[in-house]
Write a protein that binds this ligand. Structure first.
Ligand code: PEP
Length: 246
């Protein structure tokens, strides 16, 4: 069975001090949770500190992005090896904000995914359609293109896929559980085309305005295996309620 996977994407929020305060409050509150994989993705600047604070705990660390080159003259970028070195097990690749504001293409994200996996990081690979794409009937084409392009020649080990409809991210509008299930089932079918029966072991997360009061219903759907949470992950008590859903 697929173990639920719930990750906090802090985006460009929290200083190192705020990261420390969060983790100090959050860890004792969730230390008995052993039925969910819990992941925090702070900004790069806090990863090292967070890695030290989370060491030996049941909460894993993720970066929000990486660059695909191993090292070199790439001012401002961070490699997979650097991310691993500070204690990360995971990295988010292809978040819609990266695709939208930084023009990251399927090919580019495929390179990032391969570099992360080759270095030993798990990848939380994000996909999802905009409202225009949904309304104009292109939703399934977009999702198919993002899955097949981004995951080309990528194996399934430590691969998690996050379906995040762009119109639901940070907007307070959540996909209904049925809309999430419809998209997740479609994603799983595409993963079956690529990976055969191994697709049944891949966790597919839902992301888009997940909160303590809607997580249980969304998680009840058969192809929803977890959540990627932005806004509602920024306060320890709110994220605690989410990881203790059900
Ligand atoms: C996200 O950043 O991946 C996200 C889903 O954000 P929010 O929960 O705020 O919609």
């Amino acid at each position: 069975m697929r173990k639920p996977f719930i990750a906090a994407n802090w985006k460009m929020y929290k200083t190192t001090g705020e990261t420390k305060d969060f983790i100090t409050n959050f860890l004792p509150a969730v230390k008995a949770v052993d039925n969910v994989d819990i992941v925090l993705a702070p900004p790069f600047i806090s990863l090292s500190l967070a890695g030290d604070l989370l060491k030996g705990s049941n909460v894993m660390l993720s970066a929000q992005d990486l660059y695909f080159e191993a090292e070199g003259a790439y001012t401002g970028e961070v490699s997979a090896k650097m991310i691993l070195d500070v204690g990360c097990k995971w990295v988010i690749v292809g978040h819609s904000e990266r695709r939208q504001y930084f023009n990251e293409s399927d090919d580019f994200l495929n390179k990032k995914t391969k570099a992360a996996k080759a270095a030993g990081l798990g990848v939380i690979f994000c996909i999802g359609e905009s409202l225009d794409e949904r309304n104009s009937g292109k939703m399934f084409d977009i999702i198919k293109r993002e899955v097949e392009g981004g995951l080309k020649d990528v194996d399934t080990d430590n691969l998690v896929v996050a379906y995040e409809p762009i119109w639901a991210i940070g907007t307070g509008v959540t996909a209904t559980p049925d809309q999430a299930q419809e998209a997740h089932a479609f994603v799983r079918d595409r993963l079956r085309d690529m990976y055969g029966a191994k697709a049944d072991d891949i966790r597919i997360l839902y992301g888009g305005s997940v909160k303590p009061d809607n997580v249980t219903e969304i998680m009840s759907k058969p192809d929803v295996d977890g959540a990627l949470v932005g806004g509602a992950s920024l306060k320890p008590d709110s994220f605690e309620k989410i990881v203790k859903f059900g």
